[in-house]
Design a protein around this ligand. Structure first.
Ligand code: KIV
Length: 277
């Protein structure tokens, strides 16, 4: 457990960029996963609204509510000791008005988030400025912005044409100007991510945006093989937990059905003894 290690703070991330040290981010949605990622030494945990798809079973992130994000942010914050916890602002929680955005971001911070993330550039610049002004750090997110999936015409790569690339680059400039402490670049060409990373003073965190970014983020359920509906082509599978769980569950089912578990007079485990069971 990394309990003794110094917690990661926003200035540490900006410092990492200056020193050329990459930032590692993964998503988590509950305390157990947060505890495990923290133990592994992750720098920052994103409570992504991807939870709508990988945990709640929706086809997009659009149905995710602020209450759901609050609930999961609390859980992740309970599990993380060292990692910086960033809470995603869900669809419609920051687009309606600045006062509403302030109230909703504030709620995520009160529930244990260290910062919030929201999608967009120019369209959300005033919201970003206001949040930063009142002390809420903001992570931007451009390129493939899943909350705009209908406008984009699907979960597709963004920035392949020179017009689209120029637009994405401009959006990141606006976010930096508005005070974002870093920006997620999702599904944009490697060279566009390289240009942005070179130009900005704030760190870029890539997902499907190639190796030039200052850090990388993956949806943990993709990286660990837990979400089998769809895996984006850029994902590297670091574990096959989905199949591991199916195998373990099958073994348990067979043990129960065949009377092998529980074994008569089976010795209590050390953990059970500790729990007084
Ligand atoms: O919701 C999420 O998990 C995200 C990442 C994919 C960056 O926004």
């Amino acid at each position: 457990m990394n309990k003794q290690a110094k917690p990661i703070r926003i200035p540490d991330l900006v410092d990492r960029k200056k020193r050329g040290q990459k930032i590692a981010m993964l998503t988590a949605y509950d305390a157990t996963m947060a505890r495990l990622l923290d133990r592994a030494g992750i720098d920052t945990i994103l409570v992504g609204d991807s939870l709508g798809m990988v945990v709640l079973g929706y086809e997009t992130t659009l149905p995710v509510t602020l209450d759901a994000m609050v609930h999961h942010t609390r859980a992740v914050s309970n599990g993380a000791r060292r990692a910086l916890v960033i809470a995603d602002m869900p669809f419609l929680s920051y687009q309606v008005s600045i006062p509403e955005a302030v109230r909703n971001a504030g709620r995520l911070i009160q529930e244990g988030g260290d910062a919030v993330k929201l999608e967009g550039g120019r369209a959300v610049a005033d919201v970003v400025s206001r949040l930063v002004e009142i002390g809420i750090p903001v992570l931007g997110h451009v390129g493939l912005t899943p909350q705009s999936v209908h406008q984009l015409g699907g979960f597709r790569r963004v920035g392949k044409s020179s017009d689209e690339a120029a637009h994405v680059i401009e959006e990141t400039r606006i976010l930096q100007q508005a005070g974002a402490f870093a920006v997620v670049l999702e599904s944009i060409p490697d060279e566009v991510a390289g240009v942005i990373t070179e130009e900005l003073a704030i760190p870029t965190i890539g997902i499907g945006a190639g190796p030039h970014c200052d850090g990388q983020v993956l949806v943990s359920y993709d990286a660990f093989g837990l979400y089998e509906e769809f895996t984006p082509p850029f994902v590297k599978r670091y574990a096959d937990l989905g199949n591991t769980i199916v195998k373990a569950a099958s073994e348990y089912i067979s043990d129960v059905q065949n009377g092998r578990f529980p074994a008569a007079g089976r010795a209590r485990t050390a953990a059970a003894r500790e729990r007084g069971q």
